[in-house]
Design a protein. Structure first.
Length: 441
């Protein structure tokens, strides 16, 4: 144990103080209390248990049930992530702190984090009966695979930049990508989906739930809702909205023209990490609900906040509401209004984040058309500036097809201070609400 080695204790204590004073734990009182408790017990050479942490850190009583209450495991996972993010920014001179997987203690490790201690929270117990997907389920999986394959075929297709694409790439919106010495990433908004097996044997449908955005989220939900174990199953699937393929067809020739020396890689939002966000220029393409780690800094700078869902934008200053009406069908008529969103945001290291997004498919496709229209981009730069701005367009639709748009507003972003550690946005997003009862979306 650590407590048996005075020299290692001194190094552990010093490294813990460096993490604490360096802002590595953010502003969460619970996370700081958990960290301090683990430091104290690790220095004393004590192996603590989950129930002890629940009582000492989270204030749980003697009735604390580790099966029903996943708080300790969720916060241990958050602590691992915070440590990884801290050391990505401030590499240690010699050793770094780690939380060994499946243990409740801090220790030191030299160099990179060993694979067996990185990332994942303790896994759920194996189901007593195996889950066998049905033929209908595999047909659905095949359909998703085919759709994604078609989209990625569009994504990886090699375009030859046309002269018009080069002119668009020279506008103030796209020009930051051409700065030498910094790579560019194209990021598409994707969504985690999981399977439902009502009889806990056979998966019969796929589920999309706003509050469940990764297998970690699903694990955390199941830890707090043990009755649903076996009913909801990780089937290792993500999907992309169909509009992303169409948007990429418009955007990639311009991106190729803006970054002529190397073809930028295309990744999904679920793959984007804080170190990538700091090292590269980023072009995001997708729904506003799929922004991932880009969401908080963008809406900290934006003049909008998200309403009760990602289909609703509210102007922070005036309170005016802009809502997609895709759900509303009156007199047998299809929805006719979405909203496209374009933004250019200064990044944390002098890089640039470009957002081409929308509330729904038609809006994403319209946003890509706007972002590749040289005249529109020139007008935006004149109206909102070029250092950092956002623009909202009302999109007229027929079903999922975009018929045109009109500019609602364009204005500078308030980007000062948004990259400070754990800078709050001042709002709660729809997918931050605790999942009480799951339902497909």
């Amino acid at each position: 144990m650590t407590g048996e080695d005075p020299d290692q204790n001194a190094r552990l204590a010093a490294e813990a103080e460096r993490v604490r004073t360096g802002g590595g734990l953010g502003r969460s009182d619970l996370l700081i209390r958990l960290f301090d408790f683990l430091v104290e017990s690790s220095l004393a050479g004590r192996a603590v248990k989950e129930i002890e942490i629940g009582q000492a850190v989270f204030g749980r009583g003697s009735e604390f049930d580790i099966v029903q209450d996943a708080s300790v495991r969720v916060y241990m996972h958050r602590l691992r992530k915070k440590l990884d993010e801290f050391y990505a920014d401030a590499p240690p001179a010699f050793s770094r702190l780690i939380v060994p997987r499946g243990e409740y203690r801090l220790t030191l490790a030299d160099g990179a984090v060993p694979a067996d201690v990185e990332g994942e929270p303790p896994s759920l117990p194996e189901l007593t009966r195996s889950v066998r997907p049905s033929r209908r389920f595999w047909a659905a999986v095949a359909l998703f695979a085919i759709c994604n394959a078609l989209i990625w075929a569009i994504v990886v297709k090699i375009w030859s930049p046309e002269s018009e694409a080069a002119k668009v790439a020279a506008t103030t919106y796209w020009k930051p990508l051409a700065a030498p010495g910094r790579p560019t990433l194209v990021v598409t908004g994707d969504y985690f989906i999981f399977g439902e097996a009502p009889d806990k044997i056979q998966v019969t449908r796929l589920v999309r739930q706003f509050e469940i955005n990764s297998r970690d989220d699903l694990d955390a939900y199941l830890m707090g809702h043990p009755d649903d174990k076996g009913r909801y199953v990780d089937v290792d699937l993500h999907y992309l909205p169909v509009s992303v393929g169409s948007a990429m067809r418009d955007l990639l020739p311009v991106i190729d023209a803006a970054v002529p020396d190397v073809r930028p890689p295309v990744i999904t939002a679920s793959q984007l990490t804080p170190p990538m966000l700091k090292a590269a220029n980023v072009v995001y393409v997708g729904f506003l609900s799929g922004l991932g780690i880009l969401r908080d800094p963008l809406f900290a700078a934006s003049g909008f906040k998200i309403g009760s869902s990602y289909d609703e934008l509210i102007d922070k200053k005036t309170g005016k509401n802009f809502t997609s009406d895709w759900r509303v069908i009156t007199d047998g008529k299809m929805p006719h209004r979405d909203f496209a969103y374009i933004a250019s945001l200064p990044g944390p290291t002098g890089n640039r984040l470009l957002v081409v997004a929308g509330t729904r498919d038609a809006a994403v496709m319209q946003a890509s058309e706007i972002a590749t229209d040289r005249q529109q981009l020139v007008k935006l730069a004149a109206k909102a500036g070029s250092d950092g701005f956002e623009a909202l367009y009302e999109v007229h639709t027929l079903g999922n097809q975009n018929l045109g748009s009109n500019l609602v507003l364009a204005r500078p972003l308030k980007a000062g201070g948004i990259w400070q550690f754990d800078q709050p946005t001042g709002e709660n997003f729809p997918d931050q609400l605790p999942p009480d009862k799951l339902g497909g979306k």
